[in-house]
Design a protein around this ligand. Structure first.
Ligand code: GUN
Length: 282
């Protein structure tokens, strides 16, 4: 019987632990504050930003929302980030992506102080992860490591295959698995024999961005499968990159969609905010 890795429960546990930690910090006169910037009103972004604000409220983190109109210039956004960088009462800064096309995403990400980069997207944060220095880690892959550890799944020495090489998920995921002493392979759209490589995996991280792409033929008996994808199928039901019903009798553990990886991203964002406050008050 496969273990269903319960991201909803694990993320709730993490949020409860953070809530307690934040209460303790408050007693010492340390507060935690996250600035959340949204430019324009992309409906999906509004939902994500709303969920982030809700999580802050639950934990006791102050969230300062900056809802900027679509027409905001890049210079205006950079000015706001500069102001927030200099504001000692702000611990974390998050610019919800995507931002409008007339702005340079790279420039905006690089404007955020690495000390406040709770998304872990700044090149300095990414570089720090690569060389094992302290820095903020991208929330989704950091959440996956928590899912594995808190489910008692050992990473050390395991064959880990990550399918997807994005800067936000695939690459940091590979770095984190390596940091945990996994043997790591990164696959992507040009990988030859993708199926054979996936079938070697003790831990398969599916982040290819195609609904139900991975069926049983991609999975080794007893593998652990982490599904990063989230899609709506023809019946408007949520599904992942993995064909859950096809692989369920073959795997030893699997994350469902929804309720697997998804809830972990916000939990780890909250973790990074608390970490930012701790570092600032060291
Ligand atoms: N848009 C979709 N996911 C994310 C995220 O994790 N962080 C930010 N800043 N924007 C996003």
């Amino acid at each position: 019987m496969a273990m269903r890795i319960d991201g909803k429960k694990i993320s709730a546990d993490i949020k409860d632990e953070l809530k307690e930690q934040v209460a303790g910090l408050k007693e010492k006169g340390i507060s935690v504050c996250l600035a959340v910037i949204q430019v324009g009103n992309d409906p999906a972004s509004t939902v994500y930003v709303g969920n982030k604000k809700k999580a802050c409220a639950y934990i006791g983190i102050e969230s300062r929302a900056y809802e900027l109109p679509e027409e905001t210039t890049e210079e205006e956004l950079l000015d706001l980030i500069d102001q927030l960088n200099k504001d000692d009462s702000v611990n974390g800064i998050l610019v919800q992506l995507p931002i409008p096309d007339h702005m340079d995403e790279k420039k905006v990400i690089e404007a955020i102080s690495p000390k406040k980069d709770v998304d872990g997207f700044h090149p300095q944060s990414v570089g720090a992860l690569s060389i094992g220095e302290p820095g903020f880690v991208s929330c989704t892959p950091a959440g996956i490591i928590q899912l594995l550890k808190r489910s008692g799944i050992e990473i050390e020495g395991k064959e880990c295959v990550v399918v997807g090489r994005s800067n936000i998920v695939g690459k940091p995921m590979a770095m984190l698995l390596l940091r945990e002493n996994g043997t790591v392979t990164i696959c992507h759209s040009r990988t030859r024999n993708l199926k054979e490589v996936c079938r070697r995996a003790d831990i398969l991280v599916a982040a290819i961005g195609k609904p139900k792409f991975f069926d049983a033929s991609y999975v080794k008996d007893g593998a652990v499968v982490i599904d990063v994808g989230i899609h709506r199928n023809e019946n408007n039901k949520l599904c992942g990159d993995v064909d859950y019903d096809s692989v369920i009798d073959k795997v030893s553990a699997i994350t469902p969609v929804p309720g697997g990886v998804g809830p972990m991203t916000i939990a780890m964002l909250m973790h990074n905010c608390v970490e930012a406050a701790l570092r600032m008050n060291e």
